[in-house]
Design a protein around this ligand. Structure first.
Ligand code: SIN
Length: 290
């Protein structure tokens, strides 16, 4: 690793851990993700629990809560304690408009989210975070893990010269890219937005790469060829650097809460021809801060 890459990792790994009163935290890797125990999400959290979950979310970006038994109302109450619930877009044909079913049927050709992305980045005000509650895992009892990647570290591990080049740029996020191979519902207005390419987290002000392969189509300040080369370089850096990643192995009754502002995720479809099922609730965010 280059000196600047080592410094980027050390800045995270040498940070003193927060002393929690109401939760137990077990980190998944030194730089991203934590298993959280001591919380029953079927009950309203105390003010102290809610505050400590918020601190863990800020520090680890991906929180894994196991052995939960949740109704859709419990799921939405927990999500709602972090902000306004985000309606599913396009709206689901039936059921609560805030609950997205993540369903892979037996023998499906693909699974939703099988590629690096963050949720809803083509919207003018993208999502703060998502909570996925998985109740059915593939029949062999394995497969269907989800990978997460730390976009702060993706930025901090770029060379200082590359960071200076990217810092002032913006990027177009185009919802049409996510519909490739599918027809959007009639009357659906496909979202398209321009955001800073290098954003700042609204709570910590820490910089991060805000570009993902599913939605980001173009850097408008440079030529199409330069834009393609820069985006491919970023997408490769995100996908091909395991140091940025953590991987969650699901068990039925696991809820994972991730920060869409500084994390990308990839739902791995390695369980054909088996089924998998869960429900996702997302939380509204605000404009992306440059
Ligand atoms: C998604 O939100 O992209 C789905 C994640 C998953 O199914 O693990």
């Amino acid at each position: 690793m280059e000196q600047y890459e080592r410094e980027a990792v050390e800045a995270v790994t040498t940070r003193p851990p927060h002393p929690y009163n109401t939760l137990a935290i077990e980190r998944i890797t030194p730089v991203i993700g934590a298993e959280v125990s001591g919380v029953d999400l079927s009950k309203e959290l105390s003010a102290e629990q809610r505050e400590e979950v918020g601190i863990a979310f800020r520090d680890y970006h991906v929180l894994v809560f196991r052995d939960q038994s949740l109704t859709p109302e419990d799921h939405m109450r927990f999500a709602g304690s972090f902000g306004e619930l985000r309606p599913v877009d396009p709206p689901p044909p039936e059921g609560d408009p805030h609950i997205l079913e993540i369903r892979t049927t037996s023998g499906a050709a693909n699974a939703a989210g099988n590629g690096w992305h963050a949720d809803g980045t083509a919207d003018a005000d993208p999502s703060l975070g998502s909570m996925l509650y998985i109740t059915e895992i593939p029949e062999p009892g394995c497969g269907g893990d989800t990978m997460f990647a730390n976009m702060h570290l993706a930025y901090e591990m770029l060379s200082p010269a590359m960071r200076s080049l990217l810092d002032p740029l913006t990027a177009i996020h185009d919802g049409a890219q996510a519909f490739q191979g599918y027809t959007p519902p009639e009357g659906y207005v496909i979202p398209r937005s321009e955001h800073p390419l290098i954003a700042r987290h609204p709570e910590t002000d820490r910089k991060l790469v805000y570009a993902n392969k599913a939605y980001t189509s173009r850097i408008p300040q440079v030529s199409p060829q330069e834009s393609r080369a820069l985006l491919d370089m970023l997408f490769d850096a995100i996908a091909c650097r395991p140091v940025l990643h953590c991987r969650v192995r699901w068990t039925p009754g696991t809820l994972v809460f991730w920060d869409n502002r500084c994390v990308q995720h990839h739902a791995i479809y390695d369980y054909y021809p088996y089924a998998r099922y869960g429900q996702r609730v997302a939380i509204n965010g605000g404009p992306v801060k440059g």
